[in-house]
Design a protein around this ligand. Structure first.
Ligand SMILES: [Zn+2]
Ligand SMILES: [Zn+2]
Length: 168
């Protein structure tokens, strides 16, 4: 027989069968394995992405379209069992250091979290995201505020974060 059904044995050793007591099905284990591997496929635009990103230890979003996958309960913990697609909603600035973050919301469970941008995220797509965040409905803004996140809609501040201070 090709596939052994023994739990917690064999080729499943390097990724969890359960997270916080919840048993993961085969598809979810595969997704977790991919998210911890050297590359994964974007949930949204299907580009193959290396997890080895500049300026972040926890690459979980696509540098082209900024979509992510719900793998964390809190930043970098990789303890979510949801694993659905997370849509970029807007930007946020993390104090101190004025670090630019992307605000993501899970399309399945509605969880909202912030993620650090990576050095090779597409700056123009980030600026587009800023523009589209200006058009978010009020309920969505309230939802984001309830998650304890303040959206940044300051174009100048965002472009400074991306390209440094203008020297004129
Ligand atoms: Zn993508
Ligand atoms: Zn989720």
């Amino acid at each position: 027989m090709k596939h052994s059904r023994k739990i917690g044995d064999g080729d499943d050793d390097d990724f969890p069968v359960r997270i916080d007591g919840k048993r993961l099905d085969r598809q979810k284990r595969k997704l977790i394995k991919q998210s911890r591997g050297i590359s994964f496929r974007c949930v949204h635009c299907s580009v193959e992405i290396s997890t080895n990103a500049t300026a972040t230890a926890h690459r979980n979003h696509c540098p082209m379209c900024l979509w992510s996958r719900h793998v964390d309960n809190s930043v970098g913990d990789r303890r979510s069992t949801c694993l659905s697609a997370m849509k970029p909603l807007g930007l946020s600035i993390k104090e101190p250091g004025e670090e630019l973050m992307i605000v993501h919301q899970c399309v399945a469970c509605d969880k909202i979290i912030r993620n650090r941008i990576a050095g090779d995220d597409n700056s123009f797509v980030i600026m587009d995201l800023l523009e589209s965040s200006l058009l978010l409905p009020e309920e969505k803004e309230c939802e984001i505020a309830k998650a304890g996140i303040q959206l940044c809609v300051d174009r100048e501040l965002v472009s400074q974060c991306l390209w440094g201070k203008a020297t004129i």
